[in-house]
Design a protein around this ligand. Structure first.
Ligand code: UD1
Ligand code: CA
Length: 465
């Protein structure tokens, strides 16, 4: 197959999305729509890609990064006008150019390859990727002669009643010979219902000038579908989510209820891990072998090592070590690192803290900016006081330390190796290695207090029978 250059159109207003964001950056299973299009183009062998940006260009450029050269279309005068903007960028190039709409979210490598191959084999000047839709409403129709030869593409809004019945629709993905494309673009006019320069109009211009135009009909009815509305966005999410789940299950992941298991594109889950219902695994999360995740777990951009158990928890940008147990009802925030066999229990929140091997934080604790060594036990309700309203301070809890229940460790503070903190203490000074830190009022017991109180009340008549 010959190499090709690609132009992706992503300058439009995306009016039908009713969004403050440009359409191209809306995500499907964690991937911006335009990234899906670029992925397919790269997989099919695009040698270089250009993205036409306009409406909120910076946001699209940020997502595109260095994967393509962005070209500005400062006024959005239609898809044809958008392609015209790429002429200078392609000035030194001769050969096939694939043009794709930035909302062609279902574009596949296979369809692209057959498009470019067919284009090449038939020596066409333009080849359209089309597909057959039961309900072609809203799409450009591929109008053919009785002989089957393509005549033109007509936009939905410009269709005659007969044309409206045509079920073969334009996917807005094409392969063009570059020179013929830009020559034809210079001849189109915005003489249509929307007053725009339609890219689709180059087809008729080319045919009238005697160039060969072909179409490849995709067997996938989704191929032609763009994402114009939030409803179509949700449908794409559903379709891709299904594919992701299927891929993972076939690779050895158990999903007890796939319908309530939501996994983003870039997530890696290894063999013999079980995902229990109502779990959401997002971003660049990697989950090792033999883990049990869920029910009700949300894990974002985190690394979970083999054998870990995470139930009813929210885990964001954290590292969960081998055989660690998290939850139920735990919240691991950014910068949390749990070494192997650590145990994080119920109603525990941890932020930007390291917990060493085999250490336990089993009940109702908050650790922030803490470094916890190995074999530490943190009692129920013990917390770090890491913030004074202005700054955050570190807490160091050395190996084998034991923090009694409901202790407040006021940072900056350090507990030495094997140090103890008495339950209920508010610790404001370091506790040396092996020492016991007690920071609480001395208890005194007042004998007979309850009976005397009752007596006094009775005397003053303040007790009702
Ligand atoms: C387009 C096709 C239609 C096809 C459908 C398939 C045209 C005229 N129509 O219609 O035949 O069936 O896709 O999904 O091409 N854009 C720009 N600059 C502009 C206008 C649009 O960059 O000035 C971009 C948009 O951001 C979008 C893409 O071009 O990514 C397609 O535009 P859109 O408005 O979605 O076209 P459709 O009406 O869906
Ligand atoms: Ca569209």
């Amino acid at each position: 197959m010959r190499g090709f250059q690609a132009i992706v159109l992503a300058a439009g207003l995306g009016t039908r999305m009713r969004s403050k964001l440009p359409k191209a950056v809306h995500e499907i299973c964690g991937k911006p729509m335009i990234t899906l299009v670029l992925d397919a183009l790269e997989a099919a062998g695009a040698e270089g890609s250009f993205v036409v940006v306009g409406h909120l260009a910076e946001l699209v450029e940020e997502v595109v990064g260095d994967r393509a050269v962005c070209i500005l279309q400062s006024e959005q005068k239609g898809t044809g006008h958008a392609v015209m903007q790429a002429e200078d960028a392609l000035s030194g190039y001769e050969g096939p150019v694939v043009v794709a709409a930035g909302d062609a979210a279902y574009l596949s490598e296979a369809d692209l390859r057959s498009l470019v191959n067919h284009h090449q084999e038939t020596k066409a000047s333009a080849t359209i990727l089309s597909s057959i839709l039961e309900n072609p409403y809203g799409y450009g129709r591929v109008v053919r002669e009785a002989s089957g030869q393509i005549r033109r593409i007509v936009e939905d809004k410009d269709c005659s009643p007969e044309e409206a019945l045509i079920c073969e629709v334009n996917s807005s993905v094409y392969c063009f010979e570059k020179r013929v494309l830009f020559d034809a673009l210079s001849r189109i006019t915005p003489d249509n219902v929307q007053g725009e320069y339609y890219l689709t109009d180059v087809i008729e211009v080319m045919i009238q000038e005697g160039f060969r135009v072909e179409a490849v009909v995709s067997e996938d009815p989704l191929a032609a579908q763009g994402i114009n509305t939030r409803c179509q966005l949700a449908e794409a999410e559903r379709i891709y989510r299904d594919r992701i789940r299927e891929r993972l299950m076939l690779s050895g992941v158990t999903m007890v209820d796939p319908e309530t298991t939501f996994v983003d594109f870039d997530v890696v889950i290894r063999q013999d891990t079980t995902i229990l219902p109502f779990s959401v695994i997002q971003g660049k999360t990697v989950i090792g072998e033999d883990c049990t995740i869920g029910p009700f777990a949300r894990i974002v951009d985190s690394k979970v090592s083999s054998g870990a158990t995470i139930s009813n928890a929210v885990v964001i940008e954290a590292e969960v070590g081998k055989d660690v147990s998290v939850g139920p009802y735990a919240y691991l925030r950014s910068g949390t690192v749990l070494a192997e066999r650590a145990k994080i229990g119920t109603f525990v929140e941890i932020k930007k803290s390291t917990v060493g091997k085999g250490s336990k934080v089993p009940h109702q604790s908050y650790l922030g900016d803490a470094t916890v060594g190995e074999g530490v036990n943190i009692g129920a309700g013990a917390i770090t006081c890491n913030y004074d309203g202005f700054h955050k301070y570190p807490t160091i809890i050395s190996d084998e330390a034991f923090v009694g229940s409901n202790a407040n460790l006021v940072a900056p503070v350090k507990l030495g190796k094997g140090a103890y903190v008495a339950a209920g203490s508010t610790i404001t000074q370091d506790v040396p290695e092996g020492a016991l830190g007690i920071g609480r009022g001395q208890q005194r017991n007042i004998q007979g207090w309850a009976a005397r109180r009752l007596e006094e009340r009775k005397k003053s008549g303040s007790i009702e029978d």
